[in-house]
Ligand binder design. Structure first.
Ligand code: A2P
Length: 272
């Protein structure tokens, strides 16, 4: 891991700005494919945990090159955090992966999205099912006290090909228990269930297979999905989302939205 030295918010605000630009305050490279970074937060920006923003860099033609990025930081955080893949020939991420502390990133302050508590009916247990960078919106939600007011149990599953691709969520969960205030709020309500598919670890296999076989529930000592009390948020590749939707609809869950809450919600993990 390569953690660059963070700069203070005061130092960041002294630097010159493009319209809607925020200053990078730290960058962490998790492996050759993944990195996360923090930027200053626009003072007026309010968002609901789980939402995304359009962010990017000035393009070659002077027009901004923007992509949707889930906000990975909780809504009480002074800064904004994002978790991204590095696509070698991706128009944005091929450049974004080289950002450094003090650089500017365009952040359009218009948060939107369906992975929000408002789109779910009241329930007892919240499952957050992520693959790859799809864990980003859940990194925000699992640090939001409101989640623990609304649910008795929160299960974060994160599946990736390799151990290094799970490091972001491992450090995230570890950080919750290292933080005195968060630890008290979260108590023993949060369960973390990491799995890998292309490297041998304690738990291997696609989450969809582990759910269908019942292995997840056996491992966690929980009953199978029950649409009357369980709520599910899904964020991953299109294929994961489709497979999870089929599993949930087969179990009697209905998809929720901001205007009509349901028992599950889904969003594509954005590719920068
Ligand atoms: P797999 O290695 O079996 O393809 P990616 O790196 O391609 O974005 O994938 C991230 C993780 O999501 C991988 O562990 C991958 O497993 C898993 N995955 C991809 N498609 C599905 C799917 N349809 N259902 C469940 N897991 C999936």
């Amino acid at each position: 891991m390569n953690l660059t030295t963070p700069i203070s918010a005061a130092e960041a605000t002294r630097r010159p700005r493009l319209p809607d630009a925020q200053t990078v305050t730290s960058v962490t490279h998790w492996n050759v494919h993944l990195f996360s970074f923090r930027v200053t937060r626009p003072q007026s920006l309010r968002f609901r945990s789980g939402e995304f923003l359009m962010i990017g860099l000035p393009g070659e033609n002077g027009r901004p090159l923007l992509r949707a990025y889930s906000i990975a930081s909780p809504n009480w955080d002074d800064g904004l955090e994002f978790f991204s893949i590095k696509v070698p020939d991706g128009p944005l991420t091929s450049r974004l992966q080289h950002i450094a502390v003090g650089d500017q990133v365009i952040v359009r302050p218009k948060p939107v999205g369906t992975l929000v508590l408002d789109a779910l009916l009241p329930g007892k247990r919240l499952y957050l099912v992520a693959t790859g960078t799809g864990v980003a919106p859940f990194a925000s939600l699992v640090r939001d006290p409101e989640v623990y007011e609304k649910f008795d149990e929160v299960i974060l599953t994160h599946t990736a090909r390799t151990v290094s691709a799970l490091e972001y969520s491992r450090v995230l969960v570890d950080g919750i228990y290292r933080d005195g205030i968060l630890r008290e709020i979260v108590g023993d309500k949060l369960r973390y269930y990491p799995t890998t598919t292309r490297e041998q670890t304690a738990k291997t296999g696609r989450i969809t297979h582990l759910i269908s076989s019942g292995e997840v529930f056996a491992d966690l000592g929980l009953p199978r999905f029950d649409p009357s009390i369980d709520r599910v948020m899904i964020c991953g590749s299109m294929a994961l989302n489709m497979d999870m939707k089929a599993i949930l609809e087969g179990a009697g869950f209905c998809e929720g939205s901001n205007s009509e809450p349901g028992s599950y919600v889904v969003e594509k993990a954005f590719v920068g």
